[in-house]
Design a protein around this ligand. Structure first.
Ligand code: ARG
Length: 588
């Protein structure tokens, strides 16, 4: 469906032409004086310069042309030259009825669907998920859903950090504890056990122990680096151990992400990119892009317009070891080969921006992808505690994601039990559903690039701009719909009727904005746009609800019409929270 504003602009265009002015001035905008009008056009002010006339003269002429419009119910030219407009109640409700009949609620699919890879999550194997990984998962999941809803083919890749020193550390520690295992015997040629020699709990203990020890014991660290090197150069026993570490970690990660309602299409990692490195580097050398600098292979990526220094992109260190950059470049080679994406979006902490500037430039310069492939870095800010510093546990350590989720859920459970009686099982389940909304909405309602303060109290509140408030609104609608169904009344063939009050009109206007909001959220990779929209929509609904006797209305047709309006409101809210990555319970 065309957006309301497109329809308005078309009528404005005709009116400008009919009045003798260029239609390029016919642009509508949401009113910044909602007390006066719903939409406005400021084009007469700009046109005044070209036509050497007073803006109000032009505005008046255009307004005159709009007088007969079906779409616009009220139009006024206001000094100095604004054209203020209100939609007609009849055209607005007709628009909503069309929207209601459409499975996609009036949101059009992309005409040229793109293949998009979203690189998000980015957990590091064997290290527990911490809050730093939370934002990537939450934002990435939502952006993935938004792009997918828009009709693009989207592939989400978790891009595991599985290729660093942490592997060598685990191997070294395990070797100290259980040297008899076959993985450490270089002469061993048999099959390795199918079962991992550790559980996830052990693994999560082994890594921090090893990491702490390597900071104090130089020989131990040396051994871990050597083990990493041997692993990366194909030592059989270590490769088998890597397989075990991956398996054990990945099943744990999957469980955690599942709790977050986050789902990846690909579980690839840094290690998958390794086979592509030798050829890639060779080609960069052959084609003259890479050169030796102090023994390391590098590619220059600075550009004249740079305002800050962009250092050369390092491919191989002087000892031949590859780096984070190398892995990301080789991953691009792999993605290009397997999926040929039109775009790759990286949802990563914004402190890694320089790394990605280097990687993107190097990939383009060396032709790893075509000219048209788009790279998007979606850098997010830090989640801070109430003290304004990066979020920590009470003891000052890094907060594990599981505990953080537990905190939210417990707080939610308390609030739910205070507000209405519910048996324990349902209360538990509801607390999880609402807790997730609290957590995700708390994050997504901020512009991703900004830092924000994690505030359990505020996030779990059912009032204000929060996830629970949105869910309360949906639950409220569900309960009215249920009561209506229970009356046995069937509003067959009912349609949304022209608004009969200000609050109803305001609600209808909000509903009509859905397709425009979805489109800009998609273009800007901006879940916060959707949050802002559903907050406005929920407010408009609740105002209407408080001012209107819906089920108690005398007129049967009015009742049935409002039920359709509620149905549509519910569907719009549900589509929106679905792309944000959470859902509503039946009751709360
Ligand atoms: N594992 C990395 C980290 O924890 C994030 C990976 C981001 N993605 C990428 N392609 N580099 O910092």
């Amino acid at each position: 469906m065309k957006k309301i504003q497109e329809l308005l602009d078309a009528e404005l265009g005709q009116a400008f032409r009919a009045a003798g002015y260029d239609e390029k001035y016919a642009r509508s905008a949401l009113s910044n004086r909602p007390d006066l009008c719903e939409y406005q056009c400021n084009g007469a002010m700009a046109a005044a310069k070209e036509y050497h006339k007073a803006p109000i003269q032009i505005a008046e002429a255009v307004a005159e042309q709009l007088k007969g419009s079906k779409l616009i119910g009220d139009v006024q030219a206001v000094k100095p030259g604004f054209i203020n407009m209100k939609l007609s109640e009849a055209s607005l409700s007709a628009y909503l009825n069309e929207m209601r009949m459409d499975e996609r609620l009036g949101c059009e699919k992309a005409q040229q669907p793109k293949t998009i890879i979203i690189d998000y999550g980015g957990p590091n194997v064997a290290k527990p998920l911490h809050v730093g990984h939370l934002r990537s998962a939450i934002i990435g999941e939502s952006v993935k859903r938004i792009e997918r809803f828009a009709g693009h083919r989207v592939i989400g890749d978790v891009h595991l950090g599985d290729w660093g020193l942490q592997m060598g550390l685990i191997i070294t520690e395990l070797k100290e504890r259980r040297p008899e295992l076959p993985y450490f015997d270089e002469a061993y040629e048999g099959e390795y056990p199918a079962e991992a020699p550790f559980t996830i709990t052990e693994l999560e203990e082994i890594y921090p122990t090893a990491s702490a020890r390597s900071k104090e014991d130089a020989d131990y660290k040396e051994a871990a680096m050597q083990a990493t090197f041997e692993l990366q150069h194909g030592r059989r026993g270590y490769q088998a151990l890597l397989g075990h570490i991956l398996n054990v970690s990945v099943s744990d990660l999957k469980r955690n992400y599942q709790n977050l309602n986050v789902e990846f299409d690909l579980w690839k990692g840094e290690s998958d990119a390794q086979p592509y490195i030798p050829d890639m580097v060779q080609r960069m050398r052959d084609e003259g892009h890479a050169y030796l600098s102090d023994g390391a292979w590098v590619v220059d990526v600075k550009e004249e317009s740079d305002t800050k220094e962009v250092p050369p992109c390092m491919l191989l260190k002087s000892d031949g070891a590859s780096l984070y950059t190398t892995t990301d470049l080789a991953t691009i080679v792999e993605r290009e080969k397997l999926y040929h994406p039109d775009e790759i979006i990286y949802v990563v902490d914004k402190r890694q921006e320089m790394h990605f500037i280097q990687v993107f430039r190097c990939a383009k310069k060396c032709g790893l992808v075509g000219e048209d492939t788009k790279f998007t870095f979606l850098g997010f800010g830090t989640m801070n505690g109430k003290d304004g510093k990066p979020f920590k546990t009470r003891e000052g350590g890094v907060m594990r994601l599981e505990y953080l989720i537990q905190n939210i859920n417990e707080e939610m459970l308390k609030k739910i039990q205070q507000s209405r009686p519910m048996d324990d099982r349902e209360a538990d389940k509801t607390a999880k559903v609402v807790g997730l909304a609290a957590l995700k909405y708390g994050d997504l309602s901020n512009q991703a690039s900004k830092d924000y303060i994690f505030d359990v109290d505020r996030f779990t509140s059912s009032e204000g701009n929060t996830g629970p408030y949105i869910l309360y609104t949906i639950v409220r609608i569900k309960s009215i719909l249920k009561k209506y169904a229970e009356t046995g009344e069937k509003g067959e063939g009912a349609i949304i009727r022209p608004a009969s009050s200000e609050s109803e009109k305001a609600l209808q206007l909000e509903l009509a904005k859905l397709n425009g909001v979805m489109e800009s959220a998609c273009e800007e990779y901006a879940p916060h746009r959707i949050c802002a929209y559903i907050y406005d929509l929920a407010n408009a609904f609740n105002k209407f609800y408080h001012e209107t006797k819906i089920l108690g209305a005398e007129d049967r047709e009015a009742r049935a019409g409002w039920i359709e309006l509620l149905n549509l409101t519910k569907r719009v809210l549900e589509v929106c929270i679905d792309v944000l990555g959470f859902a509503a319970p039946e009751r709360m």
